[in-house]
Structure formats: structure tokens, C-alpha cells
Design a protein around this ligand. Structure first.
Ligand code: HMG
Ligand code: MG
Length: 284
């Protein structure tokens, strides 16, 4: 198989949000500015969530204000509710993402509400985004495994994905939050989701805790997905998912795809420099 595969860089958000030590706004900006030169079309740069829930993302408005916009790069932010969306717009975000979970337990832990309540909160975000022509990505977390429920039935994931799609999200990102998913179970989940959302509007977001993320990318490629998230240097995890350390490293994913003949448009030398910077931030 050959063709173009888009890697969406999520390290400045999904990576850094999980760092226990405060990271200076200037360091976050330096990382984003370097990543902006690597060839990404989209960088998830910020998160407008409650600072009590995720203190590391508290400086997101300053990060958005301070980064140097690179032509052709869209800078995205997480927005769990209208308050977050308004803050993201004021800060100049080009795109936003709402995030739901496939299980009630994870929804409570991450958003302090049920799945249905979270979807209700996303409605005004989607409405306001439509008026402003801002694309909204919809995440579904815990698509194979939940820290509270265990194995998640594919139909449960498809149901939430379908609701986000019907609500107007332009893309559904499937979050394998814990990095415990095996390729066979990821394939079963994708088969169920593909029945309700066009495959070209799906993105794979595979954490690498169990070391299977690249295998999961391969089954997703075979299923027709062409968009994958990754975090430079393998930064990250999720603060409300115990044991979810480590996103799939962008430089590993880019090399894996290149070796199989896929184009990503990314510059490996810039990625290596950004990975080194990410490691130095983590080492503190
Ligand atoms: P809540 O406490 O139920 O909210 O939290 P609330 O509406 O009752 O408000 C309580 C306080 O939060 C108020 O402040 C609000 O102003 C404030 P107070 O009056 O107490 O001073 N607040 C906000 N502040 C800033 N920005 C906002 C905002 N909204 C309310 N947008 C809430 C509900 C959703 C806010 C909270 O649960 C929250 O922020 N959760 C975010 C959790 C999070 O960011 N998790 C990590 C990202 S998701 C992820 O990593 C998974 C992903 O990578 C995919 C995958 O891997 O699966 C995407
Ligand atoms: Mg994640």
C-alpha cells in the first residue's frame, strides 16, 4: 500500500498535559515552533479545560498567543464545553476538539459527567463552531480497554462515534487511551465503527503503553484509515487514565510509515530535533 498518510502531532497537548512538573510556556512554545517546521498540517497545541483538572494546560492562552504561526499549519485545542470553546476562539485556535468516552466510568473520571451529558455539552460547541466555520474533531476515548470497565465492546464505541458524527464533528478520533489494545481487538472495533462513520473521516489515536501501537496502526491502515495521531518523543498519556503513559512517538510512526512506502510529508531531521527537545523537557 502507498499514498499519503497524515500524522497529527498531539505532543504539545496529549504529551505535555501529563507531565507532573510544570513546564514553562516558553518551553511549550519552543516545542511547537520547532514542530511547525516539520511539515505537519495539524498540531494540537493547547487545551482549554479546567486548570483544576489539568494544571499543566493552564497556560494555553499564552501558548497560543506566543507561538509563531507557520503557513499551512492549523493549531488545534481541546474544548470540553462552551467555556473552553470561547477561550479557544479568543486565543486564536484554528480548530477544536471535543472528547467523549466509550464507557460511563471513564466519562465520569475525565469529564465529571455521563456520556449523554457530555454530548449535550458539545452541542453548543458544535453550533458555535459551525457559525464560525471552525472544524470540530470528536474524540472517543477507551475504544478497546477502560481502566474501570475492562474490555470495551466494539458496539459501545460505535454508538458514541455515531453520535459525535451525527452531531457534526468532521472527524472522529479513536482513542486507545490505555495502550492495551491488541491488533485483533482494534480491528474488531474499527469494523464496528466503519459501519457508522465513513472510514476516511476516522483517525487512529493509539497510545503505546503496551508496545502495540504500531501494530494497531497497521491494522487500521488495512481497514482504510489514513490519519493517525502521535506525540513527538513519545511524550504523554492521560491524567485520568491510570497507567496510560506514552503516546506513540511521532518519529517512530513516521519512520514506520516511510519504510512501508507511505508519504507523510514530514522532515525526519526536524522530528529528531523536536524529539530531543521533548526529552529534555521531560527530564526537566
Ligand atoms: P466540572 O468541575 O464538573 O465543571 O468539570 P463545572 O462546569 O462545574 O465548573 C467547575 C469549575 O471549572 C468552574 O470554576 C468553571 O469556571 C471551571 P470555579 O467556579 O470552580 O472557579 N471550568 C473551566 N475552566 C476553564 N476552562 C473550561 C472550564 N469549564 C469549567 N473549559 C470539566 C467539568 C469538563 C470542566 C472538567 O472535568 C475538565 O476540565 N475535564 C478535562 C479533563 C481533561 O482535560 N482530560 C485530558 C484530556 S482528554 C485525553 O487526554 C484523551 C485523548 O487524548 C484521547 C485518548 O487518548 O483517549 C483526547
Ligand atoms: Mg490521548
Amino acid at each position: 500500500m502507498t499514498g499519503f498518510v497524515e500524522i497529527v502531532e498531539v505532543g504539545p497537548r496529549d504529551g505535555l498535559q501529563n507531565e507532573p512538573r510544570p513546564i514553562a510556556v516558553s518551553d511549550k512554545i519552543a516545542l511547537i515552533d520547532l514542530l511547525s517546521q516539520a511539515g505537519f498540517r495539524r498540531i494540537e497545541a493547547a487545551s482549554f479545560v479546567s486548570p483544576k483538572w489539568v494544571p499543566q494546560m493552564a497556560g494555553s492562552a499564552e501558548v497560543m498567543a506566543g507561538l509563531t504561526r507557520h503557513p499551512g499549519v492549523a493549531y488545534a485545542a481541546l474544548t470540553p464545553n462552551l467555556q473552553g470553546f470561547q477561550a479557544a476562539m479568543a486565543a486564536g485556535a484554528d480548530a477544536v476538539a471535543v472528547f467523549a468516552a466509550a464507557t460511563e466510568e471513564f466519562s465520569r473520571a475525565n469529564l465529571n459527567c455521563s456520556i449523554s451529558e457530555s454530548l449535550d455539552r458539545f452541542q453548543p460547541v458544535l453550533q458555535a463552531a459551525r457559525v464560525r466555520n471552525v472544524p470540530v474533531r470528536g474524540y472517543v476515548s477507551v475504544v478497546t480497554d477502560c481502566p474501570f470497565q475492562g474490555a470495551v465492546p466494539p458496539a459501545q464505541v460505535a454508538q458514541v462515534a455515531e453520535r459525535l458524527w451525527a452531531a457534526g464533528c468532521h472527524e472522529i478520533a479513536l482513542g486507545e487511551t490505555l495502550g492495551r489494545g491488541t491488533p485483533d481487538r482494534v480491528a474488531a472495533m474499527l469494523a464496528a465503527v466503519r459501519d457508522v462513520v465513513p472510514v476516511e473521516r476516522l483517525a487512529g489515536h493509539f497510545h503505546d503503553t503496551g508496545g502495540r501501537a504500531l501494530d494497531n496502526v497497521d491494522v487500521a491502515l488495512a481497514a482504510g484509515l489514513r490519519v493517525f495521531d502521535a506525540a513527538v518523543g513519545g511524550l504523554g498519556g492521560c491524567p485520568y487514565a491510570p497507567g496510560a503513559a506514552g503516546n506513540l512517538a511521532t518519529e517512530r510512526l513516521a519512520a514506520h510509515l516511510a519504510a512501508r512506502g507511505w508519504q507523510t510529508g514530514l522532515d525526519p531531521a526536524v522530528l529528531d530535533r523536536a524529539a530531543a527537545l521533548a526529552h529534555s523537557l521531560r527530564a526537566g
